[in-house]
Design a binder for this molecule. Structure first.
Ligand code: C2E
Ligand code: MG
Ligand code: MG
Length: 402
C-alpha cells in the first residue's frame, strides 16, 4: 500500500483541533482522513476491518475516554497500525505516554505538541511502515541449560570487541569484550539470550573464564603488534561469590602476561544492589591486584551515594538510556550531567554508552565526558576486524569529528 492511501484517524475532543489537523493532512496529500471527537466512536471504526485506520493521531487529554484508556482498548483489539500522540501535555507526559504505548507493543511514531506544525506532522507520518514490516516483536528463542553448557565447552562462544574512544582526540583507548554465541543452526546469538541461563544454572564461572581467557590472549596479541588497548570485560555478580574466582582471574592474567592495570572489570549497577558482603570483598581484592573496576549501566540501579562512596571503582559508565537522545531532551540531559559530575567528584573515569549518532557524539563531547562508546563510533566487531578499524577511525577522525 502506498503512503498516499494511508487511512488516518484523528481523535481529539476539540473540533477546532480536528479541523486544523484535517487541513494539514489534506495539504500533505492524505485523502482518507476521518476525524472523531469520541474514543467510543473511534473504537467502533477500528472494529470495521475495511475502515480500520493505518495511523491514529491521538489526543491524550479527553474528557470522556482519555488517551491512555484508549490505548488500552487498542491493545485489547490487537490494533496493528501506528500511533502519533498530539497533545498539549508537557514533554515528560508525552514521553511517558509514548513509552507506555510501546510497552504494549503499539507502534508509536512519535509525539507532537499542540499546535502541531504541518512539517512536524509530515516528518512523523513519513516514518510510517506497514505492519508486516514492523520489527519482529521480541520473540526470542530461549535456550536450555544443557545447550548453554555445551556451547561453553565446545568453544562456540566468540568474543566481539567494541571500541572506547577519547572524545577530545578520537584516540581508541580500549575495547569492551561482548560475548556472542556462534550457534551452529541459529547463527549469532546475543548475550541476553544465554547469560541469564548461565547464571541460573551455575555455568557463569565457566562462561566468564572462557571469555576472559580469550580476551586476555587477544589483548596480549594486540600488544605484541604495538596496539596497546585497555580491555574491558563484563563480570556477573555470581562470579563474585567465591574468593577462588578472583584467584582464577589473576592466574589467567599472569599466565597470558596481561597486566591487571590494563584490564577493566565491569559490574552492572543493578547487580551491586544485592547483598554486597562477599562481592565487596572480592572486588576489593581484585582492585588490590591492580585490576580496574567499572560500574556499568549507571543510572538504572538506584545505588545510594553511600554505596558509591564505599566501592573502589575507577570508571563509571553512564547507561545508554541517558545518553542517546539526551541532546534533545532536558530530562535526560539533567540525568546525564548529574551522573557525569558525580563521577568526576568521585574521581572516576566516565564513559558514555549508547552514542548512536552525531548529535549524541557532539552532546557527550561538549558536556565534557571524556570517553564514548556506541554504534556511532563502531558496533562490536570480531577481533580480526579491530586493528584495521582503528587505523581508519583515527585517520578519519581529525577530518570529520573535531
Ligand atoms: P553492556 O555491558 O552494558 O554492553 C553494552 C551493550 O550495548 C552491548 O550489547 C552493546 O552491543 C550494546 N551497544 C553498544 N553501543 C550501543 C549503541 O550505541 N546503542 C545501543 N542501543 N546499544 C549499544 P550486547 O553485546 O547485546 O550485550 C548486552 C549485555 O550482555 C551487556 O551489556 C552485558 O551486561 C552482558 N554481557 C555481554 N558479554 C558478557 C559477558 O561476557 N559476561 C557477562 N556476565 N555479561 C555479558
Ligand atoms: Mg558492559
Ligand atoms: Mg552498559
Amino acid at each position: 500500500m502506498e503512503d498516499f492511501t494511508l487511512k488516518i484517524l484523528a481523535l481529539d475532543d476539540e473540533p477546532f483541533i480536528l479541523k486544523l489537523l484535517a487541513h494539514m493532512l489534506a495539504d500533505l496529500g492524505y485523502t482518507r482522513v476521518t476525524t472523531l471527537t469520541s474514543g467510543h466512536a473511534a473504537l467502533e471504526l477500528i472494529g470495521q476491518p475495511q475502515d480500520a485506520p493505518d495511523l491514529i493521531l491521538l489526543d491524550l487529554n479527553m474528557p470522556e475516554m482519555d488517551g491512555l484508556e484508549f490505548v488500552r482498548h487498542l491493545v485489547e483489539r490487537h490494533f496493528d497500525g501506528s500511533l502519533i500522540l498530539v497533545s498539549g501535555e508537557d514533554e515528560r507526559m508525552q514521553q511517558a505516554a509514548e513509552k507506555l504505548a510501546r510497552a504494549h507493543n503499539i507502534t508509536v511514531l512519535g509525539h507532537l505538541h499542540k499546535p502541531a506544525s504541518t512539517q512536524g506532522l509530515a516528518e512523523l507520518i513519513g516514518q510510517w511502515t506497514a505492519p508486516s514490516q514492523h520489527p519482529p516483536r521480541a520473540q526470542k528463542k530461549m535456550y536450555g541449560a544443557d545447550e548453554v553448557r555445551a556451547a561453553i565447552h565446545n568453544g562456540e562462544l566468540v568474543n566481539y570487541y567494541q571500541p572506547k574512544v577519547l572524545t577530545a582526540s578520537g584516540r581508541v583507548m580500549g575495547a569492551e569484550t561482548l560475548v556472542r554465541w556462534q550457534h551452529p543452526q541459529d547463527g549469532l546469538v546475543f548475550p541476553d539470550q544465554f547469560i541469564g541461563i548461565a547464571e541460573q544454572h551455575g555455568l557463569i564461572d565457566d562462561l566468564t573464564r572462557a571469555v576472559l581467557a580469550v580476551a586476555f590472549e587477544q589483548t596480549k596479541l594486540w600488544q605484541e603488534t604495538g596496539l596497546a588497548l585497555q580491555i574491558s570485560v563484563n563480570l556477573s555478580m555470581d562470579n563474585l561469590l567465591s574468593m577462588a574466582f578472583a584467584d582464577t582471574i589473576f592466574g589467567l592474567a599472569t599466565k597470558t602476561g596481561v597486566l591487571p592495570q590494563s584490564v577493566m572489570m565491569e559490574v552492572t549497577e543493578s547487580q551491586l544492589m544485592k547483598d554486597l558482603r562477599m562481592p565487596l570483598e572480592i572486588l576489593t581484592r581484585l582492585r588490590l591486584k591492580r585490576f580496574q573496576l567499572s560500574i556499568d549501566d549507571f543510572g538504572t540501579g538506584n545505588s545510594s551515594l553511600a554505596q558509591l562512596r564505599d566501592l573502589p571503582f575507577d570508571e563509571l559508565k553512564i547507561d545508554q538510556s541517558f545518553v542517546h537522545g539526551a541532546w534533545n531532551n532536558e530530562k535526560l540531559a539533567a540525568m546525564f550531567d548529574a551522573s557525569l559530575s558525580l563521577a568526576k567528584q568521585l574521581e572516576m573515569e566516565v564513559v558514555a554508552e549508547g552514542v548512536e549518532d552525531r548529535s549524541d557524539w557532539d552532546f557527550v563531547r561538549n558536556r565534557g565526558c571524556e570517553i564514548a562508546q556506541g554504534y556511532f563510533i563502531a558496533r562490536p566487531m570480531p577481533a580480526a576486524a579491530l586493528p584495521e578499524w582503528i587505523e581508519n577511525w583515527e585517520r578519519d577522525f581529525a577530518a570529520t569529528l573535531t
